[in-house]
Write a new protein. Structure first.
Length: 475
């Protein structure tokens, strides 16, 4: 911190601005505001609460007479048998409901301690603190609020149409909380586990030689670990080992078509960070500029998912399976947008609500469920009816206010996809310098769609609607 204090107060600051990225100095100012010995004990308290949540995530769930980890249960959530889906969803919801008071207590205390941290540092609440901690340079919650409203206006109607299609595909009069598949027969893969990862080598050979070499090196060095294991975290994540110069992917496969998405998504992160590390070697780079901000980083993961659609045909059993996958890729992007916005507004509401009571957490959630038209997935079981769906959303507990970055990143991802389906040059160019720019500066420099502009969201919604109409495959 003392080094950054020296930079911030340097008489040569104007000269430094001529050779350093502009956001470097803004990030320094943010870091200086966020660091104080006064909040050390409060941060320890926050970390203890996060550990309590992680420990709950390690517990086993009883299903069909056996105990399963959350990751192991994932493979049953998309089972073609509706009765099996109901049983596994009921098992999960029974678990969450049995721990309701614990989850409520953890989140309630996290809200309080995070607001104390924020207020100690001079912020009005944790929402304002998060703008700095997540390096939101050039936009704030007024902009994010507008974006959420545009999603309600332009994306929610598409989601309602998709649910009508889903009822037709599944042959049901009413969708239930356990109808978490679009097709009764979802896309079937030829390969699973390690074999799927080996077959991905052929995919990248057809995409880009540099990407292919990176993937092969990661696989050879066992830097990709996606085999399902109950002792691992219940999500996929990419980290970077500075000494070896290689990224590391860890997570759990679902034994479904989602494994193609997981691999594509995490390798998008890997390739971006790898390109960035090569660029970094040309300079002495501050740790503050080593990693892209979250809404930029997710551009690369989602764009890789989209780019690879054209290359993964041979991973699926039949042409129909592949066409279903192509549809499901767009479907998933659209259908989750309202939920992402719900999670974000839920956090904003609970961190800004004066004299928040613990029982209000679930009340606020249920109120927003109606606002974003998500009643189907949030009703029908006592845990859902009482507002306990959010217990499973780890970001709310562990990475507050990060979740909206997935939605904001879509718009840059569409641009990269459009320009890189046959050539990854722009992907690699952007990836090399992504950590040197703020989100707003990057989308301006590379003429990407602005998610805070209503016409942009409207146009993207029309594009996605057309894609879905064209890609829909009858069961």
């Amino acid at each position: 911190i003392s080094f950054y204090e020296e930079i911030n107060s340097s008489k040569f600051k104007d000269q430094l601005r001529e050779v350093m990225p502009n956001n470097f100095f803004t990030i320094i100012e943010y870091q200086l505001r966020l660091n104080s010995k006064e909040v050390i004990d409060l941060i320890k308290e926050e970390n203890e609460l996060k550990t309590r949540y992680r420990n709950l995530d390690k517990e086993k769930v009883l299903f069909d007479g056996k105990e399963y980890s959350f990751a192991e249960l994932g493979q049953y959530l998309s089972n073609k048998d509706r009765d099996i889906r109901k049983k596994v969803h009921d098992a999960l919801n029974d678990f969450y409901y049995s721990k309701q008071s614990i989850y409520d207590d953890i989140l309630f205390n996290l809200v309080n301690v995070r607001n104390k941290i924020s207020q100690t540092l001079g912020f009005s609440n944790y929402v304002q603190y998060s703008l700095l901690s997540l390096k939101r340079i050039g936009y704030d919650y007024k902009d994010i609020t507008k974006f959420r409203e545009y999603v309600i206006k332009y994306i929610v109607p598409i989601c309602e149409k998709l649910r009508t299609w889903q009822k037709e595909e599944l042959g049901v009069e009413e969708l239930k909380y356990y109808d978490t598949v679009f097709y009764e027969d979802m896309p079937n893969l030829k390969y699973n586990g390690k074999k799927l990862l080996r077959e991905f080598k052929k995919v990248f050979e057809n995409v880009d030689s540099e990407a292919s070499k990176l993937y092969n090196d990661m696989l050879l060095n066992k830097y990709i670990d996606l085999e399902t294991n109950g002792n691992k975290v219940n999500f996929a994540i990419t980290n970077y080992l500075v000494q070896s110069g290689l990224p590391v992917i860890t997570g759990n496969f679902k034994n479904s078509y989602m494994d193609v998405i997981i691999t594509s998504h995490e390798f998008g992160h890997s390739l971006q960070k790898y390109c960035s590390s090569i660029e970094d070697k040309k300079y002495f780079v501050s740790p503050l500029l080593k990693y892209a901000t979250m809404e930029i980083a997710e551009m690369f993961s989602y764009s890789m998912e989209l780019i690879l659609i054209a290359y993964v045909r041979n991973l699926f059993k039949t042409d129909k399976d592949y066409k279903k996958y192509s549809f499901m890729k767009t479907y998933n992007l659209v259908i989750y947008l309202p939920y992402i916005c719900l999670v974000d507004e839920f956090q904003e509401r609970i961190y800004t609500k004066e004299n928040l009571k613990v029982e209000e957490l679930r009340e606020v959630w249920l109120e927003l469920v109606k606002k974003y038209s998500l009643e189907q997935s949030n009703s029908g079981h006592i845990n859902l009816d009482s507002g306990g769906y959010f217990y499973r959303q780890s970001h709310i507990f562990l990475n507050p206010f990060y979740y909206i970055d997935y939605a904001l990143s879509y718009f840059g991802a569409f641009t990269i996809w459009n320009k890189c389906e046959n050539d990854l040059s722009l992907f690699k160019e952007l990836g090399s310098v992504a950590s040197y720019y703020s989100f707003k500066d990057l989308i301006d420099k590379y003429n990407m769609p602005n998610p805070f502009d209503e016409n942009t969201v409207k146009n993207i919604a029309q594009f996605l609607d057309k894609e879905l109409e064209e890609k829909r495959v009858d069961n």
